[in-house]
Design a protein around this ligand. Structure first.
Ligand SMILES: Nc1ncnc2c1ncn2[C@@H]1O[C@H](COP(=O)(O)OP(=O)(O)OP(=O)(O)O)[C@@H](O)[C@H]1O
Ligand SMILES: [Mg+2]
Length: 321
């Protein structure tokens, strides 16, 4: 392991063992994050992105069985850490912006009181300064209200403030942080994250289904499919030379590639069952798949500067035209 690593994840597997059966949600996911690096995670709904973040934070429910050969934040072993040390790392070491803000807030407690739980008794001027940085200066006087009196985007920005700013974490796990925000506020939040990276060396795992947003902020991208990381590459490489057929299909489906009135290209089939297939999970939808793909799960290979899980990914790559 490099001593430079802020976060190390090796062979992470998460299975949800429910009354309705076993769901292998994350399978053999490995990656490293350096201080100041922003790693994007993309992939279809249900591909395991949020589960990866919850596993790192050790926030998965009891039905989840998590195994990994290593999961470290700096020198702390996230697999064995418990009690006060785990609580200490959450918030001050690692900040999480959850995908659903409402589930992190109490609906029956005024916001000001909830902010105090996180921040202690902060002088009003410091609180206003924090609110200002996420474009919420205008609500500073209304904090005695309850969460339902605020818009979804306002609550999302409050959580961004708590996770990314208030306690100065070294690592931010951001799960679709800008999805509910309009374009101008989204730009403001992205700028804030980039600024924190510049000033404080913040490392970020940034989950988004929006490749346009990923392209604006990320240094590297991991593409998930059926619980597996099928491709991980520097951002320019991923867009210029996508190696995995799923990544290629994803880029071809970007709406911006089509002018008005044209049909948006969809990836045929669904990801249903991809996390249970014996061979490559993408094989049922892949134009190149053969019997070998359907039988044998591909290992991760280095192709150029990309890590790819495909038997047939080639060094020449393929433009996503
Ligand atoms: N608590 C749970 N119990 C059982 N299965 C779960 C649980 N949480 C997630 N799953 C399953 O794990 C898989 C991965 O879910 P996850 O929420 O990580 O996907 P995601 O990539 O974040 O999707 P989205 O883009 O919709 O947020 C899905 O099949 C989901 O149904
Ligand atoms: Mg999710």
């Amino acid at each position: 392991m490099s001593t430079q690593s802020l976060l190390t994840v090796r062979d992470l597997n998460v299975v949800f063992d429910t009354a309705r059966g076993r769901v292998p949600a994350v399978r053999d996911v490995s990656f490293d994050l350096a201080p100041g690096e922003i790693l994007g995670l993309v992939g279809e709904s249900g591909s395991g992105k949020s589960t990866v973040l919850s596993a790192i934070m050790r926030l998965l429910p009891g039905v989840a069985v998590t195994t990994a050969s290593a999961m470290r934040f700096r020198d702390s072993d996230l697999l064995t850490l418990g009690g006060d040390r785990l609580r200490g790392i959450r918030g001050t070491g690692i900040g999480l912006i959850p995908q659903r803000p409402m589930t992190s807030l109490s609906p029956v407690t005024p916001l000001r009181k909830q902010l105090r739980w996180f921040l202690g008794d902060l002088p009003q001027s410091e609180l206003e300064d924090l609110l200002d940085q996420v474009g919420l200066r205008a609500v500073a006087e209304r904090l005695d209200g309850y969460p339902f009196e605020f818009s979804g985007g306002q609550l999302q920005r409050l959580l961004i403030m708590l996770a990314a700013l208030a306690r100065r974490p070294a690592l931010l796990l951001a799960d679709e942080p800008t999805t509910t925000l309009d374009a101008t506020v989204q730009a403001q939040v992205l700028r804030l994250i980039l600024d924190l990276r510049e000033r404080l060396g913040l490392g970020v795992v940034f989950v988004s289904h929006d490749l346009g947003v990923i392209a604006q902020v990320c240094d590297r991208v991991g593409v998930m499919y059926g619980g597996r990381l099928v491709e991980a590459a520097p951002i320019g490489e991923l867009f210029d030379r996508p190696r995995h057929p799923y990544t290629q299909a994803l880029l071809r489906a970007l709406p911006s590639r089509y002018s008005r009135g044209q049909r948006i290209k969809v990836i045929p089939g669904t990801a249903e069952g991809a996390n249970r297939a014996p061979g490559c999970g993408f094989a049922p939808r892949c134009p190149r798949a053969d019997d070998h793909c359907r039988r044998q799960e591909p290992e991760t290979r280095l192709v150029g500067t990309s890590l790819v899980r495909c038997h047939y990914a080639q060094n020449t790559g393929e433009a996503a035209a």
